[in-house]
Design a protein around this ligand. Structure first.
Ligand code: DQA
Length: 144
């Protein structure tokens, strides 16, 4: 069975109440439940994880190298703009990598315009809210 890992970075556990004018009113559980349903419809296994800790995100990427995961959909949140370590971990993963941001980071503060993860990502989606995760999942399941 094909397997995809969805990784959410710091503060995304607060979705729904965190700056809803930027990030929307859906909770992370809402988003993950919808992604799980979509993956199941297509016969894909999916694991959704959130962590506020850089090392835990890296450990999850390392685990994905060994457990048959074919693709990682990642919203690294603030680590997008700071983490060479997450970039290095993703560089050691052989499958597809899609980077997702709920907000359009390019319309925001200049420190959000640079992404280390984009140096590895096969695709980048920003500004579509939770639809971005769905687009990423569809791309992965469609082989793109
Ligand atoms: C974010 C954008 C980041 O700049 C920010 O630090 C986040 C969320 C997004 O989904 O729009 O926490 O990745």
């Amino acid at each position: 069975m094909h397997k995809v890992l969805v990784l959410h970075g710091p503060n995304l556990n607060l979705l729904g109440t965190r700056q809803p004018e930027i990030y929307g009113r859906e909770t992370l559980a809402d988003i993950d439940d919808a992604l799980r349903a979509k993956a199941a419809d297509h016969g894909w296994a999916i694991e959704c994880r959130q962590s506020n800790h850089e090392g835990e995100l890296i450990d999850a990427i390392h685990a994905a190298r060994l457990d048959g995961t074919g693709a990682i959909i990642i919203n690294p949140a603030a680590y997008t703009h700071t983490s060479v370590a997450i970039l290095d971990a993703l560089n050691a993963f052989d499958g597809r990598v899609i980077e997702v941001h709920l907000s359009n980071v390019h319309k925001r503060e200049s420190f959000r315009h640079h992404s280390y993860v984009s140096l590895r990502a096969d695709g980048v989606i920003a500004g579509l809210g939770s639809r971005g995760y769905h687009a990423a999942l569809e791309a992965v399941m469609g082989g793109g």
